[in-house]
Ligand binder design. Structure first.
Ligand code: ZN
Length: 250
């Protein structure tokens, strides 16, 4: 039997303590909902750990846990700046070594994501609870497996709009339309070193986005898609020259 994919759900976990609307949607924290949703979708195929910003000096991310993580999910918003640079660098380096990273919603400004993108990751936003349709523009892509329609509809969402200041994605899976007229690249995949990064837009804290089965289906598919494979190879050092170099005197 194959080993379960080891997932670490990292969560800032601040809004739940300061905003009763968020606590009402996620009484045990957004990380608990993400863990439950992934376990519901993937069953024995996944072993989920959670870690939070205020857990300890390492934000719950010990070197051992980082080494033992196949895929990390990252949700942050109000406290990106409180994530220690050293930890952000370690997360980014683990991606280059083969760990998958799923960056959620306002995680577009998370330190590890910005390190891996190399851009400012700006976007437009508006919060009026408008309708969103996430159009699947890559039918047959593994991240869209099991979806019942060409799009996922969210009745109430925060709007994110283009331009989204990120490098051109290696794979573009979802493009969102919003009732206010904007569009946004909501599902993007990049390769960085031996690892993969999947950015998935939905997940504003005042809406029950991570209790939506279609959203959790996409995230479960994403976990499978960005997980390292048996032949994932991390190039951690310069490679020696292959063959015999010519001597300059020859
Ligand atoms: Zn938001």
């Amino acid at each position: 039997m194959p080993q379960p994919t080891r997932v670490t759900v990292w969560h800032e976990y601040r809004h739940e303590h300061t905003d009763p609307r968020v606590a009402a949607v996620y009484p045990h924290g957004m990380h608990a909902a993400l863990k439950a949703g992934l376990e519901k979708m993937l069953g024995d195929g996944v072993a989920v750990t959670t870690a939070t910003l205020d857990q300890n000096d390492n934000h719950g991310l010990s070197d051992q846990l980082l080494a033992d993580t196949d895929v990390m999910t990252w949700w942050g918003h109000m406290a990106h700046h409180e994530v220690r640079d050293e930890i952000a660098q370690k997360v980014a380096q683990r991606v280059r070594e083969g760990m998958g990273l799923i960056v959620l919603h306002s995680g577009h400004y998370a330190k590890p994501f910005k390190l891996l993108m190399g851009t400012n990751c700006h976007l437009k936003w508006r919060e009026v609870g408008e309708r969103e349709r996430l159009w699947c523009i890559a039918p047959g892509h593994p991240i869209t497996a099991g979806l019942s329609a060409d799009y996922i509809e969210l009745e109430h969402a925060e709007m994110y709009g283009e331009p989204f200041d990120v490098p051109e994605p290696d794979e573009l899976v979802f493009v969102s339309w919003f009732a206010g007229g904007e569009v946004f690249r909501s599902g993007c995949v990049w390769r960085r070193g031996a690892g993969r990064v999947f950015y998935f837009r939905p997940g504003h804290e005042t809406y029950p986005i991570y209790q939506n089965d279609e959203i959790m289906r996409v995230l479960a598919n994403g976990v499978r898609y960005v997980a390292p494979t048996a032949n994932t190879v991390a190039y951690l050092n310069d490679s020696p020259n292959i063959g015999t170099p010519l001597s300059p005197t020859q």
